[in-house]
Design a protein around this ligand. Structure first.
Ligand code: HEM
Ligand SMILES: *[C@@H]1O[C@H](CO)[C@@H](O)[C@H](O)[C@H]1NC(C)=O
Ligand SMILES: *[C@@H]1O[C@H](CO)[C@@H](O)[C@H](O)[C@H]1NC(C)=O
Length: 314
């Protein structure tokens, strides 16, 4: 009896939290053989139209996975009777790229109706966005299903905040089954894209762990009051997926307070230094940690549903 329950506890411990052995790269091989081609073509068109969209879709995937798993909860629209995650603080006037996911979903439905989840489409689109901006490629395990629910309050508390310190960030990622190394690898996603003044103002005006020349330069586009939505790039090459981001951290030119926490005489300094010198190592580690992030608590089997429209439950 006792050994049976120990076995149970062991199984829950190993498989319970964050990984799911049921995801498989071949999940749609017979039911939607052109899926990856359809997604890649649509993402190629979208990135040609606007290079930043690759970054925006990558961030959507991160914000999906961190709120009760990679279940497309972030894609659900608010309605008079439903409150989703789009208007949670980290997403409101910030998360973008939903129209691209709609376009992909429409094409995928035309090719193989009611078969492919929005959660899997987002996972593939995020991967393709990275590849199109010059980043690493990886095989995406598939078979996620779509949530019928979303949680604005969980989005507010579970998505990491730009004002957090390294200990808070580390605990946040650990709660998702991602260790400190995964975290430092994944935050390198900030090699692409932009942030709004409101998210880095206090860092450039009030923090001490920042290069003062860089701080003054960023103040030009981010006044002490007003201009909240003015954009600045995370590094000098915001549409190129390279290790420049880590070089900015070593130079104390991190844009967000949270970015500079990764190089602050703290526990992540040495890995940041390594990646600032070794783009090849970072690319390879990034691919591995993205697969791990994509495994956070997926719905599988008969859980959830295959949404017909990514914005609404069926
Ligand atoms: C360490 C924890 C993290 C924090 C505190 C954080 C915070 C932020 C903030 C505040 C922005 C700017 C949003 C805006 O001003 O509108 C941003 C942008 C972005 N984040 Fe993160 N982030 C973190 C980790 C990650 C991870 C793990 C990924 C992906 C793997 C990611 C991908 C991105 C991308 C690509 C952008 C740019 C999006 C665009 O230009 O549309 N971030 N992040
Ligand atoms: C990326 O990897 C996938 C799966 O391994 C493969 O099908 C695809 O062709 C690769 N993409 C590129 C652009 O190399
Ligand atoms: C900087 O800190 C001071 C003192 O705490 C505060 O009054 C001010 O609003 C802060 N400025 C910014 C831009 O965060």
């Amino acid at each position: 009896m006792a050994s049976v329950s120990y076995f149970f506890i062991a199984v829950v411990f190993i498989f319970g939290c964050c990984s799911n052995a049921q995801l498989s790269p071949n999940f749609y091989a017979s039911t939607c053989p052109n899926l990856e081609t359809i997604v890649r073509r649509a993402m190629t068109e979208a990135v040609i139209k606007e290079l930043r969209i690759g970054a925006s879709i990558l961030r959507l995937f991160f914000h999906d996975c961190f709120v009760n798993g990679c279940d497309a909860s972030i894609l659900l629209d608010d309605t008079p009777t439903f409150t989703g995650e789009k208007n949670a603080l980290p997403n409101q006037n910030s998360a973008r790229g939903f129209e691209v996911i709609d376009t992909i979903k429409t094409r995928v439905e035309a090719a193989c109706s009611s078969t492919v989840s929005c959660a899997d489409i987002l996972a593939l689109a995020a991967r393709d966005g990275v590849v199109l901006l010059g980043g690493p490629n990886w095989t995406v395990p598939l078979g996620r299903r779509d949530a019928r629910t979303a949680s604005q309050s969980d989005a507010n508390t579970q998505i990491p905040a730009p004002f957090s310190d390294i200990a808070t960030l580390t605990a946040n990622f650990a709660s998702k089954g991602l260790d400190a190394e995964d975290m430092t690898v994944l935050v390198g996603a900030h090699t692409v894209g932009y942030a709004q003044c409101a998210n880095f103002r206090s860092h450039i005006y009030n923090d001490t762990n920042i290069n003062p020349i860089f701080a003054n330069f960023r103040k030009i586009g981010c006044p002490a009051s007003g201009g909240d939505s003015n954009l600045a790039p995370f590094d000098a090459t915001p549409v190129t997926f390279d290790n420049d981001y880590y070089k900015t951290l070593v130079g104390h030119r991190g844009l967000l307070h949270s970015d500079q926490e990764f190089f602050n005489n703290g526990p992540q300094d040495s890995l940041v230094t390594t990646y600032s010198r070794d783009n090849v190592a970072w690319r390879s580690d990034f691919a591995g940690s993205m697969v791990k992030m994509g495994n956070i608590s997926p719905l599988t089997g008969t859980q959830g549903e295959i949404r017909r429209n990514c914005r609404f439950q069926n």
